[in-house]
Design a protein around this ligand. Structure first.
Ligand code: GLA
Length: 380
């Protein structure tokens, strides 16, 4: 955090009033279920975005990011918060969303961000940016919002101002994570419970293939699920059990929509079974569910790619690995694997060498720990 503070001082010639941190997330299981009214099982992680911020007496909002230094300081006026097509549209969208939730931001402010989350890699750098902004604003202006509301405000900003029709998982994990635990979230009711990870190791491998959620594919999947939901005449796809789905699937005439629905229905069951397995210490079962999740995302939901398939399959053949799957929206990004702690070193070595041989690059690999959701680090 010291670095972000020092950068703030250098850029704005002034010390920040508030510093906070919002983590990224890795989803262990339950993919593309959140916007289908189902369950997800992510944890907040030890990589994220730091934010230093101070009020201004005028109506100017300034943004700087160590990760986008080339963009320099980006300026907005509080009276004109229209998008400029830059990274700063994310925090600006959050400021607009605070207004929509009944908490108008009446003053200007200076923001400085820095982060160690790889962009576009499925570890939720966007959500971390939104939640960091929301957490900083709450503290700076003493706004009485809860962490859950900050998550909803972040999602609203992304849906309405960025144009990605995402669900609530990423922002919720970033705001509500708990050290040492994954969180089983019912995305329909926002009911949740924490499940300790125990002594399983979590390792993330970045394929290096950049995804772009805004690219129409994510929104296409949502539309296909909506069509399937309409054909089944249910309130949400994940309100349907696998047994009911098998009875009623003929109602979905379009074969693509039927596949999408099959993924959502079975993935919701896997998320619930996965949480039970983790809680009861059955890591073998959890791993099998992860592998099944990957195959369903690959074949039915069609959001994987050759690099992710290779990483997941290779991981499964390495000793001490319980399971491995793509994580996040897909079309590139990362895999997440669960393994025995003493198998990590060998896993890293073998998967790096195999990926290098097949795709010509050494992948970035992260040892993940589950961490708390967004926190204030300092208040002057
Ligand atoms: C992205 C979205 C989430 C979720 C995942 C897929 O990360 O932001 O809401 O839909 O994709 O599980």
């Amino acid at each position: 955090m010291k670095k972000t503070e020092a950068l703030f001082e250098k850029i704005y010639n002034n010390a920040p009033e508030v510093c906070c941190f919002a983590p990224g997330r890795v989803n262990l299981i339950g993919e593309h279920t959140d916007y289908n009214g189902g369950h997800v099982f992510p944890c907040a992680i030890n990589l994220g975005i730091r934010c230093a911020v101070s009020r201004r007496s005028d109506g100017v909002l300034r943004f700087f990011s160590a990760n986008f230094q080339d963009s320099g300081i980006i300026k907005y006026s509080k009276d004109d918060l229209s998008a400029k097509g830059s990274w700063a549209d994310y925090p600006v969208g959050v400021i607009r969303a605070f207004g929509a939730f009944g908490y108008p931001i009446e003053s200007g402010a200076d923001f400085c961000f820095s982060g160690d989350l790889p962009d576009g890699s499925g570890l939720s750098s966007s959500a971390a940016l939104e939640v960091a902004t929301g957490t900083a604003l709450k503290e700076l202006f003493s706004i009485p919002v809860t962490p859950q509301e900050i998550a909803l405000i972040g999602q609203f900003a992304e849906n309405r101002f960025i144009g990605v029709n995402c669900g609530i998982m990423d922002q919720f994990a970033s705001a509500m994570g708990k050290r040492g635990c994954a969180v089983l979230l019912n995305a329909e009711t926002l009911g949740y419970k924490y499940a300790p990870l125990g002594d399983a190791a979590v390792v993330v491998v970045n394929s290096g293939v950049k995804h772009s959620l805004a690219s129409s594919a994510y929104n296409d999947r949502r539309r296909e699920c909506e069509a399937a939901r309409g054909a089944l005449k249910v309130s949400a796809l994940c309100a349907v059990t696998p047994e009911e789905f098998e009875e009623k699937k003929h109602l979905i005439a379009n074969p693509v929509c039927r596949k999408r629905a099959r993924h959502a229905v079975y993935e919701n069951r896997r998320a619930l079974d996965g949480a039970d397995a983790l809680i009861s210490g059955d890591l073998e079962l959890f791993g099998q569910l992860m592998n099944a999740s990957h195959e369903s995302l690959r074949r039915d939901y069609e959001v994987s790619c050759a690099e992710l398939d290779f990483l997941s399959e290779t991981a499964r053949s390495i000793s001490g690995v319980y399971g491995s799957r793509m994580t996040g929206g897909g079309f590139g990004g990362c895999t997440v694997s669960l393994l025995k702690p003493d198998a990590v070193a060998n896993y890293v070595e073998v998967i790096s060498a195999a990926y290098k041989e097949k795709f010509g690059i050494i992948p970035e690999i992260y040892n993940i720990t589950a961490e708390n959701g967004a926190e204030i680090i300092k208040r002057r």
